[in-house]
Design a protein around this ligand. Structure first.
Ligand SMILES: *[C@@H]1O[C@H](CO)[C@@H](O)[C@H](O)[C@H]1NC(C)=O
Ligand SMILES: *[C@@H]1O[C@H](CO)[C@@H](O)[C@H](O)[C@H]1NC(C)=O
Ligand SMILES: *[C@@H]1O[C@H](CO)[C@@H](O)[C@H](O)[C@H]1NC(C)=O
Ligand SMILES: *[C@@H]1O[C@H](CO)[C@@H](O)[C@H](O)[C@H]1NC(C)=O
Ligand SMILES: *[C@@H]1O[C@H](CO)[C@@H](O)[C@H](O)[C@H]1NC(C)=O
Ligand SMILES: *[C@@H]1O[C@H](CO)[C@@H](O)[C@H](O)[C@H]1NC(C)=O
Ligand SMILES: *[C@@H]1O[C@H](CO)[C@@H](O)[C@H](O)[C@H]1NC(C)=O
Ligand SMILES: *[C@@H]1O[C@H](CO)[C@@H](O)[C@H](O)[C@H]1NC(C)=O
Ligand SMILES: *[C@@H]1O[C@H](CO)[C@@H](O)[C@H](O)[C@H]1NC(C)=O
Ligand SMILES: *[C@@H]1O[C@H](CO)[C@@H](O)[C@H](O)[C@H]1NC(C)=O
Length: 632
């Protein structure tokens, strides 16, 4: 374990926290990622801690308690019930850690890539202050990561704790180290605690919820019998067998019930054979299902996130901010030469070309001078690597002008601008294939000048002509992918002679002059038959796997979420899907109730614990109580 000796100056290192009010009735806060660094002013360090966590119940991030003096009031930490990242308690001098209601540490981030709980060096080197007792009475679950407790000179009872009951990971020695290290004056656990406790009194006994369970329990239990197993979605233990009896949720908390997934955005509609929008859908927000993402969060698929991933952009639909995949490349506006961060620049050069990566719109001008292209020794600017000019391939719009006075001699075309559609507010319509060895004139939007170029007939004489698949509109360079528009058909950006209607690896249909690929679920047809008549799985001539209503599908619905239940279907001999009997809960091989496969989603609680059966119907020698998962 690496240890910091001094106190580092915090300042901008400090990751912003503060409470976020979510739409769930939980009070959620963001946590920090400062590791051992702290503010040099310890008064401020304490106040920051208090500000972040006062009234916070769920820390969506790491809980870091470092460099707190011995006389501070930490009772505000009692509100915390869950931490999604890690808990770090280090370099403190207080006596007691009052995280009494902390039930679960999820360990989605780990300290030093290993520890979900790290408690070390909590004493004053030159004095008698230090951590004596952990108040973690309710801590019964660490979902991921290990525990590190070391060099706490005065800490007692930690070595009596049965950590394997708490930590879910198997117990590799490199994930865990717990030593009390030092203190000889520790008392013993109260006699009612059977040797395991967090502190001296009978209120401090460790509650075991895992190592004491019957073998049949998947996870945790509230008693030693088979009938005392917690629901499999519970974390940390439970007070009864239902998904609403959990102390914490393994996956998601949907209004008090622990569930594997939140109600999905789309549910299967058996009448239309399609996934349809679910008006009861919820989004995942940390370990909660919420009807609406909190302020400042956006919806990405079905989760609330702070910002969209780089391949998506934020759009607002029906008042909801969502991340949508960008077609091609995400819009990104950048400063041009003479604007904003490039205010004082004269030309694109090797020092600033990296600023144009992924730009689709240039606010201002693009200027290429000889000092940029070939370098400027007086200002210690190197020549541009011609390869780098390819960054401009993403540019669609330049709000100012494009001025090319110099260009690398061995780059024989301007194809890096082949996506440029608009300059100075004007749509480019017709460009000819320009190529000149020496300097080039300005070409501005208001007075488009294309002159002093090589004569068209000279280019033609040398075979520098547009590809025969290009229309008369011209091209940026050789090749069928550099045309402005196509003479016959196009596939993506490339001009082609014809679509793959009857042959080829993948089959297409024609929409005007555009070749569009058939749905992957369509069976590839031979003998002059079209594979599909349109996009989508309902336009196939024949299905390659199964058919559900009008749609070709990979497999028949097999536990798809419907509006009120899960939908199961079976395939008949013609590979068409038909619904199972509504009482089937696990699929079927035919339409009658006799064809159902199992009743897996029902609890079978045998009255005699010895005859507990799971995933099968009850046999005659034991009486069973049926209860469905949904509590029907
Ligand atoms: C701990 O969990 C129990 C439920 O098992 C709860 O009743 C209690 O209030 C929690 N907090 C403390 C400090 O014991
Ligand atoms: C712990 O040890 C196991 C095998 O002993 C190894 O695979 C794993 O990478 C180690 N983990 C860490 C965090 O060092
Ligand atoms: C205990 O503390 C000493 C220094 O005081 C240290 O060398 C040692 O590694 C610590 N840990 C254990 C498990 O003894
Ligand atoms: C689920 O969330 C509700 C508040 O939305 C809370 O009262 C309840 O304790 C939570 N249940 C679990 C098991 O975490
Ligand atoms: C450019 O876009 C690609 C793909 O979306 C992404 O992986 C990359 O990180 C982006 N680079 C910059 C500098 O934005
Ligand atoms: C152009 O020339 C430079 C060296 O001047 C070389 O590194 C680069 O690979 C050449 N590019 C092409 C497309 O030939
Ligand atoms: C174009 O070709 C003519 C002869 O066909 C020649 O005289 C002239 O120099 C050429 N111009 C360029 C710019 O190459
Ligand atoms: C054909 O293309 C047009 C315009 O691009 C589009 O609106 C239409 O939906 C397409 N039709 C099919 C069947 O893909
Ligand atoms: C594709 O299928 C849809 C739905 O069945 C239908 O409305 C549409 O007309 C079909 N398109 C073509 C080009 O056949
Ligand atoms: C299907 O289940 C319902 C409710 O559990 C029950 O009333 C009905 O008799 C069952 N149908 C058959 C055919 O078993």
């Amino acid at each position: 374990m690496k240890l910091a000796t001094g106190l580092w100056v915090w300042g901008s290192l400090l990751v912003a926290a503060g409470t976020v009010q979510p739409s769930a009735s939980q009070s959620v806060c963001a946590g920090t990622e400062n590791k051992l660094s702290s503010l040099s002013d310890l008064e401020q360090q304490y106040r920051a801690l208090r500000k972040y966590y006062e009234n916070c119940e769920v820390v969506m991030g790491n809980l870091e308690i470092t460099s707190i003096e011995h006389n501070r009031d930490l009772s505000f930490l009692r509100s915390i019930r869950e931490v999604t990242g890690y808990v770090l308690v280090a370099l403190n001098q207080f006596r007691y850690l009052p995280l009494e209601n902390l039930r679960i540490i999820r360990g989605t981030k780990l300290y030093e890539d290993r520890y979900a709980l790290a408690i070390f060096l909590n004493y004053r080197k030159d004095g008698n202050f230090g951590l004596q007792e952990l108040g973690l009475k309710n801590l019964t679950e660490i979902l991921n990561g290990g525990v590190y407790v070391d060099q706490n000179k005065f800490l007692c009872y930690t070595d009596t704790i049965h950590w394997q009951d708490i930590v879910r990971n198997p117990w590799p020695s490199n994930l865990t180290l717990v030593s009390t290290n030092g203190s000889s004056g520790c008392g013993r656990c109260h006699k009612s605690c059977t040797g395991r406790c967090w502190g001296p009194t009978e209120n401090h006994c460790q509650t075991l919820t895992r190592t004491v369970c019957a073998e049949q329990c998947d996870g945790r239990c509230y008693g030693p019998y088979v009938s005392d197993c917690c629901h499999r979605e519970c974390a940390g233990g439970c007070s009864g067998p239902k998904d609403t009896d959990c102390f914490a949720c393994m996956n998601f908390n949907d209004s008090g019930a622990c569930v594997t997934q939140c109600p999905q955005t789309f549910v299967y509609n058996p009448t239309t054979f399609q996934l349809e929008h679910n008006f009861n859908a919820k989004y995942t927000y940390g370990a909660f299902c919420v009807k609406k993402c909190p302020h400042n969060f956006v919806v990405d698929s079905s989760s609330c996130v702070r910002a969209c991933p780089s391949s998506k952009m934020e759009v607002e639909e029906n008042g909801i901010k969502m991340c949508k995949p960008c077609t091609d490349i995400c819009p990104k506006a950048c400063d041009g030469i003479g604007t904003g961060s490039l205010m004082s620049a004269q030309t694109v050069d090797s020092s600033n070309i990296d600023k144009f990566v992924n730009c689709t719109k240039i606010n201002g001008n693009l200027i290429f001078l000889v000092t940029g292209i070939h370098g400027d020794p007086y200002n210690a600017i190197e020549a541009i690597d011609p390869e780098k000019l390819n960054v401009f391939r993403t540019v669609r719009e330049i709000t100012g002008f494009l001025n090319i006075q110099s260009w690398p001699p061995n780059m024989t075309d301007f194809s890096v601008f082949s996506n440029l559609v608009t300059i100075g507010g004007r749509v480019l319509y017709r460009y000819v294939y320009v190529f000149k060895a020496a300097g080039l004139p300005d070409f501005r939007s208001s007075t488009m000048l294309i002159r002093d170029n090589r004569k068209a007939e000279n280019c033609t004489a040398e075979g520098m002509v547009c590809n025969h698949l290009c229309s008369k509109d011209g091209c940026w360079g050789p090749g069928p992918d550099q045309c402005l528009s196509c003479r016959r058909f196009s596939r993506g950006r490339t001009c082609i002679e014809s679509c793959n209607l009857y042959d080829g690896e993948f089959r297409e249909f024609e929409n005007g002059s555009i070749c569009v690929e058939c749905d992957p679920q369509c069976e590839k047809m031979e003998d002059g038959m079209l594979t599909c008549h349109g996009p989508g799985p309902d336009n196939c001539t024949k299905c390659s796997h199964f058919k559900d209503g009008p749609n070709c599908v990979e497999k028949c619905p097999d536990g798809l979420q419907g509006a009120n239940s899960f939908i199961f279907k079976y395939a008949d001999k013609d590979r068409e899907c038909h619904p199972c009997h509504p009482n089937c809960t696990q699929g079927c091989i035919g339409s009658s109730i006799e064809d159902c496969i199992g009743l897996m989603d029902r609890y079978l609680v045998c009255l005699l614990p010895m005859f507990f059966l799971r995933g099968s119907t009850c046999e005659h020698w034991c009486m069973c109580v049926h209860a469905t998962v949904n509590g029907e």
